[in-house]
Design a binder for this molecule. Sequence first.
Ligand code: ADP
Length: 874
Amino acid sequence: MSGKPTPMMQQYLALKREAGDALLFYRMGDFFELFFDDARTAAGVLDIALTTRGEHGGEPVPMCGVPVHSAEGYLARLIKGGCRVAIAEQTETPEQAKERARREGTPVSKSLVARDIVRFVTAGTLTEEALLEPRRANLLVALAPMRDGVGLASCDISTGRMELEDCTGDALDAALARLGASEIVAPDDWEGAAAETIARPRADFRSEDGEARLRAIHGVATLDGLGSFSRPMLAAAAGLIAYLDHAGRGTLPFLLPPVARGSGAHLAMDAATRASLEILEAQGGGRAGSLIACVDRCATGAGARQLAEDLSAPLADRMAIEARLVSVQHFHADPLLRADLRALLRQAPDIGRALGRLVAGRGSPRDLGQIRDGLTEAQRVREMLSASADLPALLRDTGAALGGHGALVDHLARALVPSPPTERGQGNFIAAGYDHALDALRETSGNARKAIAALEARYREDTGTPSLKIKHNKVLGYFIEVPAKHGDKLMAPDSGFTHRQTMAGAVRFNSLGLHEEATRIAEAGAHALAAEEAHFEQLVGEVVATREAIAATAAALARIDVCAALAERAVEGDWARPEMVEEACLEVTGGRHPVVEQALAKAGERFVANDCRLGSDDRLWLIGGPNMGGKSTFLRQNALIMLLAQAGSFVPATSATIGLADRLFSRVGASDNLARGRSTFMVEMVETAAILSQATERSFVILDEVGRGTSTYDGMALAWAVVEAVHEQLACRCLFATHYHELSRLAETCDKLSLHHVRAREWKGDLVLLHELARGAADRSYGLSVAKLAGVPGPVIKRAKAVLDRLEKGREQTGGLGAGLGELPLFAATLQAEEEEGDALREAIEAIDVDALSPREALDTLYALQAKARATDT
Ligand code: ADP
């Protein structure tokens, strides 16, 4: 039977149309229900039971549901699973729905409560503590592609920070890689959008609207005071705000005034560089093994988020870097101050995020408590800093932003109980003594409760029923209950009790006295709740009114935390303060790779420190030596040292003098990197091409085995040409690792290039990797020794050696790589020869007449045997 959809189904379908591809959470009493495909998706992601309810179009309707009180946990999993969710709440009570039906003349029995989507929960628009990771920013990005480039707006609505930037050409990918947004929106007609991008109407992205919205939000007549913003920037801002409007159904979250991000202010790094340096995520994904995991000692989540941003976007301005370094130095030099300060910071709640929730209208009394406690800690931090002599300017200025909240803190301290609840509907968060009327209401209900206890005692006595109890439940409210056998006594018409309910073993009654006291409790309770609600609104209003100052305090705490944490890390790892200079040099003494060093230390092994000396006369180092010898590690450690220094951190080295770089490039030759669809060699070349077109004299480039992704001749030729281009055209600082030792010939023509190698030694026929860098070309290729180290069987190694000898001989004679290979005896012959050699040794030993040897002869024989054995070895 396929009847007309029920009114509820009609309402559901209308809401679902509005929800679009977001899952619709349809509120029914204490549950959010999902239907149809939404139910299937959610049941799959959440691993909950899929049932059915009624039918639609003759088919049973798939359904699943989650309880409202634990919805947050389920939401978190859905968002993690890549879903977006539309929350449809009941916007009236069943009583109001009936009332409405009466007014409208429709059957009251069939009245349906009105529902509306109150919010879209999406990865980029979260504010809830439970749904956010404390140590990671949560960014929403809007892109506005226009004729003159792509405008990019990003914001973290959990803290209100908003940035606008222009991206032309490759800058867009680099910016997206830097930001790592949770959600990206772009116009629906844009062909350049990536698959996960959320398409929004083009009309949402108009620069005039962006400007008007920003002016309105920040109450300014012109944006000039905030910075200068291009049309694409404003168009992106428009798209961002329109999406926030859509997600919040008209309630905008907290937005600080936008900051225009200039292109030259930061050390530029593209997506490939970020991935290969493993800054915020290790190559396999996840934080473990990344630079940040190794560096982060922040005491607060907000500090960790700031550090992540600093490492993602190191500075390119020397004064700004110095300001940070001096601040880190200040804490480095004063262990007591550092320890005390960090102890304070550890107590400080995340006021930035609490503020974000309060401004978005999703705050709780607990958030108010966090603001109170956080601002109190901030004041203590401020006092501690101002007591410290010779405070650097950055800390002085930051410190100043910590205070000025005295009146607000006092007010919150008086108004709130020590640990206010997350639930706001239950009251009990306003402190006693704050509001006398509220105190009186609480006293009234307290007295009434006492009166009820007294009634119970009196009724027991009067009725002679010691088992009589006064109880309370949600449906009946207060009632008197006696076991069934005593029920008759209270049933008597003149007993003063009125019967309410008969249960299996008990009978329940009411009485006038109880009714009066219960009413007093209910009324006082309702009034008290209303009073608390009013106070809440008022306190939130007060917090929101000073939101920018509170956000500034939150940012200041985060900055101070980062400085102290970097000092802590420097002490822990024996790191040095880098000296920043303008000349294009990179002089590192005793440099280490922080992540590898830490990993080795865990295994009880020691990292071998190495120096690097790039300068204007010697700006390209060609580094050879065996595989696994430490070439990549050396390249990366120097890139990381530069990155850390420009982020304002000390560096893992004994000392470092670093010329500021404008761009940092890191490339690793293809081979291990098969993902992404394009041929790995193609990827390698595309990425190399980007360097050749973008690097400047001020850039720092590391190239690891570039050219390895293709045949020997091609690869070597490309590597050769790339080195020449870097040397002649880019004239930038560069470390180039290669296993083609033929490239060492480049030193003859390139005068700013020098040769280096990672040292290795053969010991008793085995290769020992020293991980030590030395001047000069690698004396030879160590491929065969490394293969032996790796356990390739002896005969194969021996065979390879024969092939290699022949190849090298052929090349010397004819210049052709493969020449002479044909003359080589077959592989089987090598095996045979090996066996024959083994046999010869055996025969020689068997032939010795041990008893006939003098001691001297015995020794000589031993020498002879050893010589023979060695000769047959590689
Ligand atoms: P290559 O690039 O020459 O193949 P890697 O840089 O990948 O070599 O280093 C291989 C391994 O050697 C590393 O994973 C690390 O364990 C170890 N290693 C590298 N450099 C050092 C060093 N300076 N001190 C100690 N061990 C090192």
